[in-house]
Design a protein around this ligand. Structure first.
Ligand code: NDP
Ligand code: MG
Ligand code: MG
Length: 333
C-alpha cells in the first residue's frame, strides 16, 4: 500500500524558514509561486531575458529576477520550466550557485532519472508533483482545498529532505488532499509510460483507427467523428468519477456487453506485449535519449508527425463540427 501524508504530517515552518526560487512561471510555476507566497514563504521567480510570463508574475505581486540571480539568492530551487531545456538552464544558471545544504526540487524526475542533470552530493534533491495542471492546483489552493501530490527524495544530503518536501507540498495545498510517497524512478517511468501507452499515444491511436475504419467502410466522417472522438469525453468523465463500474452502470447493457467481448479483441495480448517493450525502452533510457536527440536536433520528425495529423480527416472534420457546439470551446476557455 502506498504511504500517504496529510497536513498534520507536514511542518509548514520548515519551508517558511527557506528562501525559495521558482524557475519558470508557466502551468506549474505560477501555481507554486503564488501559493508558496500566500503560505508565508519567501519566494522569488527566475525567468529568462525576454520572458513572456514576466509581466504576469510581476502583476501578481511577485519579484522576478533572472534564473541565475534567483538561484544565487535562494537555498531551495524548484525547476518548473519545460523538461527538455532544464539541463541547459541548470548548467548555465543554477549549478554555479548551489551550496552544500541547498535543495534542488523538481515536479518531474525526467532529467535526474536519466542523468541529464547530476546534482552535487551536498544538495538535497526532491520532487513534489501535484497530480493536476497548475491552474487546478492554484484554484483548489485558493478555495482552501488541494490537489493530491506525489513526493520523492533522490538524494538526502541533510537527512531532512523528505520533511522539506512535505513542507513544500503543504505550502501549495498538496497535503490537504494527500501526498503519496514515491521515487524519482517510479514517477518518471510511470509518467512516460502512461502518457505514451494509454493517455496520449494509446488514446489517439485508438480514436484514429476507429474513425478510419468507419470512414473506409463508407460512413460519413461527421458521424464517425461523433462516435469515435466526441463521445469519448462522456465515457472518460464517468471513469474519472467512478471507475469502470460507474461507466458500465451508465451506458446501455448492449454497450456494456460489447465492452466485454470486443475490448479484448481490439487491445490484444500482442498489444500488451508491445506495451512491455515500450516500458523496457523507457526503463533502459532509449526513449529519453532518442527524444533529447530529436529535440536538440531541431524536432524534424516531431514536426512531420504533427503536420501529418493536422491534415488528418479526423481533425479537419472535428474543426468544422465543433463550430456547431458553442459550449465546447466555452468549456475550454
Ligand atoms: P511550462 O511549459 O508551462 O513552463 C513554461 C515556463 O518556463 C514559462 O514561464 C517560460 O517562460 C519559462 N521558461 C522557458 N524557458 C525558460 C528559460 N530558459 N529560463 C527560465 N524560464 C524559462 O511548464 P510546466 O509547468 O508544464 O512544467 C514544468 C515542470 O512541471 C515540468 O518538469 C513538468 O514535467 C512538470 N509537471 C507539469 C505538469 C502540468 O500540469 N503542466 C504536471 C506535473 C508536473 P516564457 O513563456 O515567459 O518565455
Ligand atoms: Mg508527463
Ligand atoms: Mg453510441
Amino acid at each position: 500500500m502506498a504511504e500517504l501524508f496529510y497536513d498534520d504530517d507536514a511542518d509548514l515552518s520548515i519551508i517558511q524558514g527557506r528562501k525559495v526560487a521558482v524557475i519558470g512561471y508557466g502551468s506549474q510555476g505560477h501555481a507554486h509561486a503564488l501559493s508558496l507566497r500566500d503560505s508565508g514563504v519567501d519566494v522569488r521567480v527566475g525567468l529568462h531575458e525576454g520572458s513572456k510570463s514576466k509581466a504576469k508574475a510581476e502583476e501578481q505581486g511577485l519579484r522576478v529576477v533572472t534564473p541565475a540571480e534567483a538561484a544565487a539568492e535562494a537555498d531551495l530551487i524548484m525547476i518548473l520550466i519545460p523538461d527538455p531545456i532544464q539541463a541547459k538552464v541548470y548548467e548555465e544558471s543554477i549549478a554555479p550557485h548551489l551550496k552544500d545544504g541547498d535543495a534542488l526540487f523538481f515536479a518531474h524526475g525526467f532529467n535526474v532519472r536519466f542523468g541529464f542533470i547530476q546534482p552535487p552530493a551536498g544538495v538535497d534533491v526532491a520532487l513534489v508533483a501535484p497530480k493536476g495542471p497548475g491552474h487546478l492546483v492554484r484554484r483548489q489552493y485558493e478555495e482552501g482545498r488541494g490537489v493530491p501530490a506525489i513526493a520523492a527524495v533522490e538524494q538526502d544530503a541533510t537527512g531532512n529532505a523528505f520533511a522539506l518536501a512535505l513542507s513544500y507540498a503543504k505550502a501549495i495545498g498538496g497535503t490537504r488532499a494527500g501526498v503519496i510517497k514515491t521515487t524519482f524512478t517510479e514517477e518518471t517511468e510511470t509518467d512516460l509510460f502512461g502518457e505514451q501507452a494509454v493517455l496520449c499515444g494509446g488514446a489517439s491511436a485508438l480514436v484514429k483507427a476507429g474513425f478510419e475504419t468507419l470512414v473506409e467502410a463508407g460512413y460519413q466522417p461527421e458521424i464517425a467523428y461523433f462516435e469515435c472522438l466526441h463521445e469519448l469525453k462522456l465515457i472518460v468523465d464517468l471513469m474519472y468519477e467512478g471507475g469502470l463500474e460507474k461507466m458500465r452502470w451508465s451506458v446501455s447493457e448492449t454497450a456494456e456487453w460489447g465492452d466485454y467481448i470486443t475490448g479484448p479483441r481490439v487491445i490484444t495480448a500482442d498489444t500488451k506485449a508491445e506495451m512491455k517493450k515500450v516500458l523496457t525502452e523507457i526503463q533502459d533510457g532509449t526513449f529519453a535519449k532518442n527524444w533529447m536527440d530529436e529535440y536538440h536536433g531541431g524536432l524534424k520528425k516531431y514536426n512531420e508527425y504533427k503536420s501529418q495529423d493536422e491534415k488528418h480527416l479526423l481533425e479537419t472534420t472535428g474543426k468544422e463540427l465543433r463550430k456547431l457546439m458553442s459550449w465546447v470551446n466555452d468549456e475550454e476557455a
